[in-house]
Design a protein around this ligand. Structure first.
Ligand code: BG6
Length: 494
């Protein structure tokens, strides 16, 4: 890999502390960093290099895979970590970024290769590129220049389009890395391998055999002190427009011609273009939002969302979102996709469930409804990462009663395999110039375009339902009614 510097804007923030720096340290421990590297933290807060290193050390010790690596290793890594304080709103302050990079470039032989990571409030996303450009830091004359943009990528379709425009004024599309940390998860990438390296799944992976597809990302935590941010986002913007629609595109896409960024992005875009636009009836019947209310779970009091810090007492922000939608293409015509995500649900689990159609004739009786429900392939994204196939098996003894059994693989069985953190994988990819696991500009716009009618509906209709659900429950009952027939959502720990 080329020598290079990673410049993190927003370096005094939580993400740098919990995720970014521990992940770069993981790369260092895995010998994935080049000899000539530097990490330059940039923020408004005043720190000296050594104060910044001290803070980062704490983050590494708490959040790195290699938290027990020992002081010597951590200090060695931190020797190439630096810090400058600037006012990111002031164009002249970027001279300091430039001169610091010039200095580090000489000292550490960085070969003019720079990645700029924007982990700042989103209002700064259009500002920083402009000022970097002003200093000539975006032009790839001597080395490469790349920019990573954290979520949220826009607040709605209009702002996402504006953001794309302001980025592409100063960087070319191939220099822009729009991060979605779900795509960095090992198990999400394994979706492609499961689908396209096994002969047995793909022939069944279509409308002829699949009854419906379910994608869940549930969290047991509440908004955890992020009420201010969450009030402006809500579950749909926070989890669905980005993470879950990205996952859905990997579930639904056609096999790529090659495993290249271009081919994979192309196939994902085809899925986004085939999303059936939501009409008024969909908005009223196929979209459910909820908000957690106070409750007691196992003797513990859980606050309601409206009592969280930074949250409006009359807030209409959703902490739960579920929807049913269709992908109008040859493969998926008529197959419903169900997506849900929420906070303060009973457990933290992200998983994809492919529900296959039941066998055409029912020769046997099942003791647990397994046959009637059909086989399920469950791709567990987290925790307890793995794959589970539910099949029917004969209950031993007289007769032909059938029971559901699990064919189950857990990643934890691969004891000798290191599973990188999503951020570790994604930062490494950017360092090597591979944007396969990053969102394209068009992809970001298409997913916003798809969900925009929901935002418009909620905004325009004060009576659009927002259901309360007790903290620690599986969300509003009405979400169950989304799924037709005898089926319900899969409840991983009900
Ligand atoms: C983030 C959201 O993008 O993803 C958070 O802003 C959410 O609200 C988090 O908690 C979930 O990520 P993970 O990796 O824990 O599933």
């Amino acid at each position: 890999m080329d020598n290079q510097a990673l410049v993190i804007f927003g370096a005094s923030g939580d993400l740098t502390y919990r995720k970014l720096m521990p992940s770069v340290f993981d790369l260092y421990m895995n010998n994935s960093l080049p000899d000539g590297y530097a990490v330059l933290g940039v923020s408004r807060s005043k720190f000296t290099d050594s104060e910044f290193r001290k803070k980062m050390k704490e983050g590494i010790k708490e959040f790195s895979h290699f938290k027990n690596a020992g002081a010597e290793k951590i200090n060695h890594f931190l020797k190439k970590v630096f810090y400058i304080s600037i006012d990111t709103q002031k164009s002249e302050d970027y001279e300091l970024v430039k001169s610091k990079l010039r200095e580090l470039n000489k000292k550490l032989d960085l070969r003019h290769n720079y990645i700029f990571y924007l982990s700042t409030p989103p209002q700064l996303y259009p500002v920083i590129p402009k000022y970097l450009y002003g200093q000539g830091l975006t032009l790839q004359q001597k080395g490469f220049r790349r920019i990573i943009i954290e979520k949220p990528f826009g607040h709605d379709l209009k702002s996402a389009m504006e953001l794309n425009k302001s980025l592409t004024d100063f960087f070319s599309e191939e220099q822009i890395y729009r991060i979605d940390h779900y795509l960095g998860k090992e198990t999400v990438q394994n979706l492609l391998v499961t689908r396209f390296s096994n002969g047995i799944f793909e022939p069944l992976w279509n409308r002829n055999y699949v009854q419906h597809v379910e994608i869940t990302a549930s969290e047991s935590i509440g908004v955890e002190g992020r009420g201010g941010y969450y009030e402006t986002a809500g579950a749909m913007r926070d989890m669905v427009q980005n993470h879950l629609l990205q996952v859905a595109s990997l579930v639904a896409m056609e096999p790529p011609a090659k495993v290249t960024s271009e081919e994979i992005r192309h196939e994902k875009l085809k899925v986004f273009r085939s999303l059936r636009p939501l009409n008024e009836e969909d908005l009223r019947n196929n979209v459910i939002r909820g908000q957690y209310t106070e409750s007691h779970v196992k003797g513990k009091y859980l606050t309601g969302y409206r009592d969280e810090e930074g949250v409006d007492k009359n807030s209409r922000t959703e902490t739960y979102f579920a929807m049913k939608f269709f992908i109008d293409n040859w493969r998926w015509s008529g197959v419903p996709f169900y997506i849900r995500s929420g906070k303060r649900l009973p457990t933290r689990v992200s998983e994809i469930v492919i529900h296959f159609k039941p066998s055409p004739t029912q020769l046997f009786k099942s003791v647990d409804g397994a046959i009637e429900a059909g086989n399920q392939l469950i791709l567990r994204i987290q925790p307890d990462e793995g794959i589970l196939l539910k099949t029917g098996m004969k209950v031993p003894g007289n007769g032909y009663e059938v029971k559901s059994v699990n064919v189950d693989f857990h990643y934890s069985d691969l004891k000798d395999h290191y599973i990188p953190e999503a951020y570790e994988r994604l930062i490494l990819d950017c360092m090597t110039g591979d944007n396969t696991l990053y969102m394209s500009g068009e992809g970001a716009e298409l997913t916003w375009r798809f969900v925009q009618p929901i935002l418009d509906y909620w905004e325009s209709d004060p009576d659009a339902p927002l259901y309360g659900y007790p903290s620690g429950s599986w969300g509003p009952d009405s979400a169950d009614k989304l799924i037709e027939g005898a089926q319900t959502w899969r409840y991983p720990c009900k």
